[in-house]
Design a binder for this molecule. Structure first.
Ligand SMILES: Cc1cc2nc3c(=O)[nH]c(=O)nc-3n(C[C@H](O)[C@H](O)[C@H](O)COP(=O)(O)O)c2cc1C
Length: 135
């Protein structure tokens, strides 16, 4: 079983920036959710975002291929208006019997000129600090 793994869905690259620093801090690779999950994973850091007030439906497909290999999920996300993806990811995790870590990392992502530059260097530094608690 691997201790930590990082997977993400990112339409415009903001959540991928978080995935990359979290993965770097944990000394693992960041994987798109389009990739297969072949390892048993203790803590899966899962990155996602909000589009049209919802997570992307590809996250639903991702859960269907986890096949009981994940102990718990740590959520991280970006969004334009500040709501995280936590509740949707928690509902999916629980429907597959996967534990949801109660804390998460969420920050703003630029959207149509609002929140320009987010996630910025400070956001990425804070994501790294969050991840460092799981080393
Ligand atoms: C098609 C589209 C729809 C969006 N809808 C919402 C929304 O309903 N609520 C919100 O808070 N942000 C919305 N956003 C902004 C994204 O949540 C924000 O840009 C986020 O950082 C995108 O993450 P990503 O770059 O990893 O895909 C939307 C962005 C796009 C591209």
């Amino acid at each position: 079983m691997v201790k930590n793994a990082v997977y993400y869905y990112s339409k415009t690259g903001h959540t991928k920036k978080l995935a990359d620093v979290i993965a770097d801090e944990l000394d693992v690779e960041a994987h798109s959710i389009n990739e297969d999950v072949n390892d048993d994973i203790d803590t899966l850091f899962l990155g996602s975002s909000i589009y049209g007030n919802s997570i992307d439906p590809r996250l639903v497909d991702f859960f269907s291929k986890l096949g009981g290999r994940v102990n718990r999920i740590v959520n991280f996300s970006t969004s334009g208006m500040g709501r995280s993806s936590y509740d949707e990811i928690k509902a999916l995790a629980e429907s597959y019997g996967i534990k949801m870590y109660p804390d998460e990392f969420h920050t703003l992502g630029e959207f149509a000129g609002i929140n320009a530059d987010h996630p910025n260097e400070d956001d990425l530094k804070n994501a790294r600090i969050f991840a460092s608690n799981f080393k």
